[in-house]
Design a protein around this ligand. Sequence first.
Ligand code: BG6
Length: 316
Amino acid sequence: MGHPAIVWDYREALEVTKDWNGIEEVVLRNPQGDSARVSLHGGRVVSWRNHQGEERLFTSSKAIFKPPKAVRGGSSICFPQFGNRGALEQHGFARNKNWTIDEKPPTLHPDDSQGKCFVDLLLKPSEEDLKSWPHSFEFRLRVSLAVDGNLILISRIRNINGKPFSFSFAYHTYLSVSDISEVRVEGLETLDYLDNLCQKERFTEQGDAVTFESEVDRIYLSSPNVIAVLDHGRKRTYVIRKEGLPDVAVWNPWEKKSKSMMDFGDEEYKQMLSVDGAAMEKPITLKPGEEWTGRLELSVVRSTFCSEDLDPLACH
Ligand code: BG6
């Protein structure tokens, strides 16, 4: 006779609390004691910790937690634009809006529910949003914490308008790193990128990895679906798997820009790297009734991870 199975009640593992501004936050936990916290302000993942309490997402000590300002840290949703084109605010309005918990989400693939603690959030445009972006949509965000501690973000955007609309998108994700000078990003080598520091001029990555010794603000185009961020100091590697998100934005403000940002410490650029799965170069167009899905999965592996072999199965 085997041991009786321990049944983890994922409903009970989900807790709704309030942050110090009174904004609702959902806490997800798995049986190992890993946790994630999701704010209803912006649908932002504010924290992602392993069972030892180690935080994987960076949040600035100077972050301003008062809406409507987007908080400097965590992982936030950039929609309906990523960047700062036209009249829309930088990175779109979704990260500054109050989302609701979606009690009756439409069914997802069973793999997206099984063995995971998750919450479904919903954003619909307000009158004010429709003035700046006159398109009716429903945005469903599922944030899941898997039994192995992986953090999974699934965005589904549906056009409920009478006309087609287009948008760009990103999961703007601040990873916590030990020392930016010791970090390398693998999987982007040989790709073309648009350099935001040179009026979006197009270049080709020449290095065998992206490393950091000054400000970097780039959009790598048509990247592989798995990339790795190696943090030698902490001997850990973030593995980023993405679907529906062809591009990757890589940003570190370095010294001078850090000093110019009110909600960021002068030296904090050393402890963060923003790596964003994005759909930016070619905007997504949805006809009436159509839906788009963009999925991002973050995991952490020990630095013995074979970075030259990004086949996920080969590295477990
Ligand atoms: C990055 C952009 O994704 O986000 C940078 O590439 C930008 O240009 C950075 O400075 C931070 O943006 P924000 O709007 O959160 O201050």
